[in-house]
Design a protein around this ligand. Structure first.
Ligand SMILES: Cc1ncc(COP(=O)(O)O)c(C=O)c1O
Length: 394
């Protein structure tokens, strides 16, 4: 099929849920994707935070291809090595206790919500089921996770919602305290909100929140779906805050490009799920886990230090770029506030000029592959600078 046929047939055969840029992507290597017309694009999106090692990292390709040729799937009725190896790495990297594999971020958060409710029901009775999340948060697209998501835009037309959720103002401890009741079983937060605008939580706020959780046996759930797996220059973004959540959810970057998500349980919650409580046909799929095992094998201190260093380079250069009002975020999870241009217009221009880029609310959002170099960063920032140039017609 040529590009025009792909676009036309997509409109005919796929539900109209996405507005896409006018590019048919066919291949990729490192930080560059190739379009059907042979044109190269520098990618500051990583497929929305997924391709943590870039496109087709040779070690990742080998791990996945070898596994797919060996056995592509069995089921959770049997043991498999890739699932066990990936889990062991995850537990060693987090210092948490055990984990459950699913297929996406929303699904991981669904499981975390279930586990939090079960933990509290068993200890305190079934009325203790409420979960506080934050305004501006994003936790997924399933019914439970859009309910958990603290943004009205995602709630339109889908009611009735799940009961037992309330939303506290970000970084406002008084409001958080006001939202907590005797029925609260968990607080679920992104330590760096992604879709909500690349906004990190304040350290003092997190300290108080963690203390409230510990004092009241309220579980602290960290949604690390976007911010985890090295994205911020630490393995998990909560590490910057010196707290240990009771449940951590991950997806996106852990698979390096294959669909996989996980719930990681701490000391309190490690035995909450028992056989029959939770499950997933595909969860722990050996091919996805072989990819995840390889991604996790790369997450050593040198790798993370490079994420921090290149992240700092991005920040410095972007702050010196005319049209940029501010830079938010941590490591290679970067939000760019603009002085006057509209983020969506700038992204469109950048795509036309060979750079994939994201928005988060009214900011530009950069989630480049974690292996990006300073030179590649500069190349993309030049394209952003050109799009922000007053002379440029966006
Ligand atoms: C913080 C966070 N949680 C959950 C999700 C949902 O993940 P998925 O799209 O894999 O279901 C996302 C996706 O953007 C996210 O950023």
């Amino acid at each position: 099929m040529n590009s025009e046929q792909i676009k036309q047939q997509e409109n005919a055969y796929l539900a109209n849920t996405y507005s896409r840029y006018d590019v048919v992507v066919v291949s990729g290597k490192g930080v560059r994707a190739k379009g059907a017309d042979g044109r190269e694009y520098l990618d500051f999106t990583s497929g929305i935070g997924v391709n943590s090692l870039g496109y087709c990292d040779p070690g990742w390709v080998r791990a996945v291809s070898e596994q797919v040729a060996l056995i592509q799937h069995t089921s959770n009725l049997f043991y498999t090595e890739p699932c066990t190896k990936a889990a062991r790495r995850m537990i060693e990297l987090t210092g948490l206790n055990n984990m459950f594999f699913g297929n996406s971020g929303a699904e991981a958060n669904e499981g975390a919500i279930k586990a939090a409710r079960k933990y509290s029901h068993r200890k305190y009775g079934e009325s203790r089921s409420e979960i506080v999340t934050l305004e501006g948060s994003f936790h997924g697209r399933t019914m439970a996770t859009i309910t958990a998501t603290g943004q009205d835009a995602f709630h339109k037309d889908y009611d009735p919602f799940l009961q037992g959720f309330s939303y506290a103002k970000m970084n406002d401890i008084a409001d958080l305290k006001a939202k907590i009741t005797g029925r609260t079983c968990a607080i679920m937060v992104e330590f760096v909100q992604g879709e909500g605008g690349v906004n990190p939580l304040d350290p003092e706020y997190v300290k108080e929140m963690a203390a409230i959780c510990a004092e009241n046996d309220i579980l602290l759930i960290a949604d690390e779906v976007q911010s985890g797996i090295g994205r911020t220059g630490r393995f998990m973004s909560y590490e910057y805050y010196g707290v240990t959540p009771d449940i951590v959810t991950v997806a996106k970057g852990i698979g390096g490009g294959l669909p996989i998500g996980a719930i990681v349980f701490g000391e309190k919650t490690k035995d909450t799920f028992e056989p029959g409580d939770h499950g997933s046909t595909y969860g722990g799929n050996p091919v996805a886990c072989a990819g995840a095992d390889y991604v996790l094998s790369r997450m050593d201190e040198d790798f993370l230090a490079n994420v921090r260093e290149v992240g700092e380079h991005f920040r410095e250069r972007l702050l010196r770029t005319p049209g940029v009002a501010g830079v938010t975020g941590v490591g290679l999870m970067i939000g760019v506030e603009l002085t006057d241009k509209k983020a969506a217009d700038v992204v469109k221009t950048c795509v036309e000029n060979g750079l994939f880029l994201l928005t988060a609310k009214d900011k530009l959002r950069l989630l480049p592959p974690l292996i990006i170099t300073k030179e590649e960063a500069d190349e993309g920032i030049d394209i952003i600078a050109a799009a922000l140039d007053k002379k440029h017609a966006v």
